[in-house]
Design a protein around this ligand. Structure first.
Ligand code: ZN
Ligand code: ZN
Length: 396
């Protein structure tokens, strides 16, 4: 039996119809962050039926399933996110969202289905499994930091994982490819708000005012020098102004302009540099106009930094499933991911499963109302996770 039943690709492939059914069921019933009650129920029932020890209600709707092996060994945690987005689905498919204005437009439906598939397969290796498998189904990934809430509620204890793995279906890459980068893959994201205060007055008498619009305009322009002139060309950073609001009449100089934006970095030292320089540019730009600024920077999510050793394990797993020629290491993005809250605590790997199929029109970007995936990614993803788990928990 040993030879046959560790052919994880074949075993995952045998689950294909079930994986697709699960994914389509989740797709039809999308739920926003921290409201994933139905999804959590489906997952918890499935895990309990398989004999997992199940904890529900973690960070409101999160589900944790534990499978203990017969022998001591590492605790491996797999993370699958559950939430959908406030997007109205434009796809006309039989499994389209039945929840108006809410859609699995990022692919977390596929993540949940893969997690259920891994759960089902792992049970059959329990007798020779070492250590503990910890399956974590996380609410509120989309800008809500559900992972941080789960960490606060103790998801990284009892038992504490030795390794964390997480994956994202990825329409930037074709089906049948996997991307594993042994370095920072997703950026730290900060939000900032800046208030430029001047003195309002008549649009025809600017000399009697301190014009915050002129000051804000100079600040926006000067901010463009922060990354280009202060960050090493060998490092990476983004400083974006996302909103600018001021004034409400054509002939009135307002008293205040409000700006908001985001900073994205990989390296905490670069992050500090950007913060310091943007503050200086804002304060000095405003001072030159006689105005004042108030800047507030809120760090939202740290960078996702993959551990080199764990990444090597995942890379080998991916090569076993899709072939070395289909495994790349270049999917860095300046987007952010709250999986960082897990990977900051525990060595891990966050990797990408190519899910686009341009020939079939399945290549809309994530968060787009036409987003859909090639469902071949479901058995492939399960097989990659199984290989990575086998490497750590039941060497064969
Ligand atoms: Zn997303
Ligand atoms: Zn996502």
């Amino acid at each position: 039996m040993e030879q046959q039943d560790t052919n994880f690709k074949a075993r995952s492939e045998a689950l294909r119809e079930q994986l697709i059914a699960w994914r389509r069921d989740f797709h039809q019933h999308p739920e926003l962050g921290f409201q994933e009650h139905r999804s959590a129920g489906v997952i918890a029932d499935h895990l309990r039926g398989l004999g997992y020890r199940v904890q529900t209600g973690v960070a409101t709707t999160g589900v944790v399933g534990l499978l203990e092996g017969q022998q001591p060994g590492p605790v491996v945690m797999l993370r699958f996110d559950m939430d959908a987005l406030p997007v109205a689905e434009a796809n006309e498919v039989p499994y389209a969202s039945r929840n108006a204005e809410v859609m699995h437009a990022c692919g977390h439906d596929a993540h949940m289905a893969m997690g259920m598939g891994v759960a089902a397969l792992m049970v059959s290796y329990r007798d020779r499994m070492k250590g503990t498998l910890k399956l974590v189904f996380q609410p509120g990934e989309e800008g809500m930091n559900g992972a941080e809430v789960m960490v606060r509620e103790g998801v990284l204890e009892n038992p504490r994982p030795d390794v964390v793995l997480a994956a994202h279906v990825w329409n930037e890459k074709p089906i049948g490819t996997v991307d594993v980068l042994p370095a920072a893959v997703m950026a730290a994201a900060d939000k900032w708000t800046c208030t430029v205060r001047g003195k309002g007055g008549h649009g025809a008498a600017p000399h009697q005012t301190v014009d915050p619009i002129v000051a804000a305009a100079q600040i926006v322009t000067a901010l463009q020098t922060v990354v280009s002139r202060n960050v090493s060309p060998l490092e990476t950073a983004v400083l974006t102004v996302g909103t600018i609001h001021g004034g409400n009449a054509f002939n009135v100089i307002p008293a205040q302009v409000d700006l908001t934006g985001t900073v994205r970095t990989y390296n905490p030292r670069v992050q500090q540099t950007v913060w310091q320089r943007m503050r200086a540019v804002m304060e000095n730009g405003a001072a030159a106009c006689g105005a004042e600024v108030e800047l507030e920077i809120t760090p939202l999510t740290p960078a996702v930094v993959n551990d080199a050793h764990v990444s090597a394990v995942v890379r080998a797993a991916a090569e076993a499933v899709v072939g070395a020629e289909n495994v790349s290491a270049d999917s860095r993005t300046m987007g952010s991911e709250d999986a960082a809250f897990f990977l900051n605590e525990v060595p891990g790997c966050y990797f990408f499963l190519g899910s686009a199929n341009a020939a079939r029109g399945l290549n809309a970007p994530h968060h787009n109302p036409y987003f859909d995936i090639d469902e071949d990614v479901l058995p492939l993803g399960v097989a990659v996770f199984m290989h990575a788990l086998a490497h750590q928990q039941f060497p064969f």
